[in-house]
Design a protein. Structure first.
Length: 233
């Protein structure tokens, strides 16, 4: 990968449809980025199996962590990004928690299907820049009903962080780490980009082009928020 300046690890959701990785790979065409589609599931469309097989999730998190650590050691000057979708965010966050401080440049969470109280401190410590989480209160079928019935990717029955956001710690020392976490919630202006607030909305090509790609090009999250504000008018 010597010809590349960065690598993007893409971790799909439960069932491994492959839609999100295909779209992100497409919008990165022509950029000096390597793309690693990290497959962690137990089989195509085996959604419940992926959500409940804790041993597989642990093993795959360890595998992802080792892959990222090896890449960082071999390419100390390259940038490393992680884009994780839905239940795949649990794999990504658990992998990050095992990595040394500031190993990864930026992490993007799309509709995280983990509980709002998921402990992020160790994962945040492994990130040099920030973690941006895209949420939607309209994602009721998957991130409210689904996870209330079958559990989140971290095994808690209830709403997911991708629905209403992560809970922030009250402890001051922990809160400082959480300053790296930025959450962008769905709003009606996103419908112009075919994101209607549903679970697949933030994987739509127009949305990925407008909001995900700039983050992979190191745009500051404040620029993303400014773009949202402009779209409201």
């Amino acid at each position: 990968m010597a010809e590349h300046e960065a690598v993007v690890y893409i971790i799909d959701g439960a069932g491994g449809s492959g839609f999100t990785p295909v779209i992100i790979r497409r919008v990165l065409t022509g950029l000096p980025y390597a793309v690693q589609h990290f497959r962690w599931g137990t089989g195509y469309m085996r959604i419940l199996s992926d959500l409940t097989n804790r041993e597989n999730m642990r093993n795959k998190s360890n595998e992802l962590s080792a892959s990222i650590a090896e890449y960082r050691q071999s390419n100390p000057n390259h940038r490393i990004y992680i884009v994780a979708k839905s239940a795949g965010t649990a794999v990504a966050l658990n992998a990050l928690a095992k990595l040394p401080e500031e190993t990864v440049n930026r992490v993007i969470l799309m509709s995280p299907a983990v509980s709002p109280t998921f402990p992020l401190v160790d994962a945040l410590r492994a990130v040099r820049g920030d973690v941006i989480s895209f949420c939607s209160a309209r994602d009721v079928l998957f991130l409210h009903l689904g996870t209330s019935l079958f559990g989140t990717a971290d095994g808690i029955k209830g709403v997911s962080a991708g629905l209403r956001g992560f809970s922030r710690p009250t402890d001051e020392s922990l809160a400082l780490q959480y300053a790296k976490l930025h959450e962008i919630h769905w709003e009606p202006s996103m419908m112009k980009l075919m994101h209607f607030g549903d679970h697949s909305g933030n994987s739509m090509p127009l949305f990925v082009q407008r909001y995900i790609l700039p983050l992979l090009e190191d745009k500051d999250v404040s620029e993303i928020r400014a773009g949202l504000a402009q779209n409201r008018t």
